[in-house]
Design a protein around this ligand. Structure first.
Ligand code: AGP
Length: 607
């Protein structure tokens, strides 16, 4: 994940910026840079690789100035080179950015037509020229930013410093976190409390759509409509240890909200956003030579694998056998050396999954693992690693790791389709574009938080619940039921919606809430007709759909949650967010230990 810091202060800021960036190293990065303003001169230093390289460069070529911005970059658009490292500059400003500007290509061609010359292939440079153009048209820095932000589409956090304005920093947030730190005659910007801990423990976290204007003695925050707003000023943990809850009550809540950012970094590992193609160099497996995938995982990771099965079979026409790891090896499934054994695990230490991996290794299969911990046992014992870049996941209930597993599996399915020739170049471009929109849709889905909290108040009163879905929403129904039961202790079951009439419908009465996951996709009509059976028996339906689904549904529901219309392939990832928030807030109302539910461990290292 990229890291952002900004200081508008009294001391020389360059070494302070680097120290703050060092506190963000846990987020992962491949280049870094700082820029300062000093007596009218805007200057920058950037280096590839670790921060020590930037430190050494600054020792040789120091930067002066008491105002500056710093950035650690996780490459999404453009290789991890000095040229592409942030800050990006024009003669009038310097900008740093975390996230993805989805419409960077159209903005770039518009700006090039207006005579702006690009030096890099990054989406960030688009922001630099867009704001510069507004300045060149005579607007003030604040008005230039106010006018430019609505033109950006995607999930992003940015900070901008303006030549000739040595008492001004402007920042904006839509997705990846960004905090304003308050000092005495100094102000700060940071991706989280950890970066700012050496300077201040008094912070405001910007909300999605917010932008902020900082001077040494003032902070003005505006919402996306441009209205001035107040954001809570709070004390962060003074000793913000490596992984902090930020301004959230629980790690699970924080991790739910990190998803737009960590999914964008996971996708960047597999997709070339600049070219709109798959990065086949990131996948050390030739799927054209694979006859089948034998997959196994546990819990939430297993449900991710179940969804991945649909994608591999539909996109790459590659058969997938998947089983829970505790059953996998006892089935003695016939395995061929041309099969890929695929394991999905957040921790990379789950004993059942590891045992299945070793069983397949003994059978001579190629071993691939989708893991979140690169130095884990599973990673070390695999031939190929497909990393999820969710960052440390502390909450026992897996959230961001799940959606990063899905982002990885979807990217692998498209890669397999490309290698096996089951998708055209146009299909590849369309699918890569659709996947690149996930962070933006995830940011929008998180805005349902208040509605999900309200629904959770009802759900916290029940003793049982059913989750239903069809197609890729069926494994998501299983995941939703697991999320609810493991943190709220309410008994919940997930079913294929078509299975209801084969038994579970006997459970339906006015005391049984039924959460129906039904985007308006190819399975919608059948799911809604199943739901008529539920409604006819007094079942309380909570329908999670989109505007087309809500318009087409004739169901009488207790609640209807409406997500944006979106491409079918990304629905399981985006619909996971309201499902997670439903479980989270229900547990909060139940007063359970959300991050450390009873009887559970974050990694089950016993069989
Ligand atoms: C998910 O919320 C649970 N904590 C649990 O089911 C978990 O997914 C399972 O134990 C697998 O863990 P892993 O991904 O680390 O292998």
């Amino acid at each position: 994940m990229c890291g952002i810091v900004g200081i508008i202060g009294r001391e020389q800021v360059a070494p302070l910026l680097v120290d703050a960036l060092k506190r963000l190293e846990y987020r992962g990065y491949d280049s870094a840079g700082v820029a300062t303003l000093n007596k009218g001169v805007l200057d920058r230093r950037r280096a590839e690789g670790k921060l020590v390289n930037l430190d050494n460069l600054l020792k040789e070529q120091p930067l002066s100035g008491t105002i500056g911005i710093g950035h650690t970059r996780w490459a999404t658009h453009g290789a991890p080179t000095v040229r592409n490292a942030h800050p990006h500059t024009t003669p009038r400003l310097a900008v740093i950015h975390n996230g993805i500007i989805e419409n960077f290509a159209e903005l770039r061609s518009m700006l090039e037509k207006d005579g702006y010359v690009f030096e890099t292939e990054t989406d960030t440079e688009t922001v630099a020229h867009l704001v510069t153009r507004a300045l060149d048209r005579g607007l003030s820095p604040v008005e230039a930013v106010r006018q430019s932000l609505p033109e950006l589409r995607g999930a992003f956090a940015i900070a901008i410093m303006f030549k000739g304005e040595e008492d001004l920093l402007i920042a904006a947030r839509n997705g990846p976190p960004l905090a304003v730190g308050y000092g005495d005659g100094e102000m700060y910007l940071g991706s989280d409390a950890i970066a700012l801990a050496p300077f201040t423990d008094t912070l405001s976290y910007l909300e999605d759509g917010d932008w902020a204007v900082l001077t040494r003695n003032s902070v003005a925050i505006y919402d996306e409509s441009g209205m001035a707003v107040k954001r809570r000023i709070e004390k962060s943990a003074g000793t913000a240890f490596l992984v902090s809850k930020g301004n959230r009550r629980h790690f699970m809540e924080k991790e739910i909200h990190e998803q737009p950012e960590v999914i964008s970094h996971t996708l960047a590992n597999y997709l070339d956003f600049s070219k709109g193609t798959i990065r086949t160099d990131a996948v050390p497996v030739d799927f054209a030579k694979i006859d089948r995938i034998a997959a196994s995982a546990c819990g939430t990771a297993y449900y991710a694998g179940l969804i991945g099965k649909y994608w591999f079979e539909q996109i790459a026409r590659l058969p997938v056998d998947i089983d829970v790891a505790s059953e996998f090896r006892y089935r003695e499934m016939p395995l061929s050396k041309d099969s890929l054994a695929l394991f999905v695990s957040q921790s990379g230490e789950t004993a059942d999954t590891l045992a299945s991996l070793r069983y397949c290794k003994q059978q001579g299969l190629k071993i691939g693992s989708v893991v979140n911990v690169k130095e884990s046992t599973m990673a070390r014992e695999s031939d190929s690693i497909f990393p999820t870049l969710a960052g440390p996941e502390v909450g026992v209930a897996s959230t961001k790791a799940f959606t990063c597993q899905l982002a990885t599996l979807a990217s692998l399915a498209v890669t397999a389709g490309k290698m096996r020739g089951t998708i055209s170049a146009d299909d590849e471009r369309r699918l890569v574009h659709e996947l690149s929109e996930i962070p933006r849709y995830a940011t929008q889905a998180l805005k349902l938080e208040q509605q999900m909290e309200a629904i959770s108040r009802d759900l916290s009163q029940v003793k049982h619940a059913l989750y239903l879905g069809r197609g890729t929403s069926f494994p998501l129904a299983l995941e939703g039921a697991l999320k609810l039961k493991e943190i709220s202790y309410i008994h919940a079951e997930g079913y294929a919606a078509g299975e209801l009439k084969h038994g579970p419908i006997a459970l339906i009465d006015e005391h049984m809430p039924v959460i129906v996951i039904a985007p308006y996709d190819r399975w919608f009509e059948k799911t809604v007709s199943n739901m008529q059976e539920v409604a006819a028996r007094g079942g309380k339906i909570i329908l999670i759909t989109d505007s087309r689904g809500a318009a087409a549904s004739t169901l009488k529901t207790m609640h209807t949650v409406i997500l944006p219309d979106m491409p079918e392939i990304i629905t399981p990832i985006i619909y996971a967010l309201p499902i997670q928030m439903l479980a989270y807030y229900t547990a909060v109302f139940m007063g359970t230990d959300v991050d450390q539910p009873r009887n559970l461990a974050k990694s089950v290292t016993v069989e």
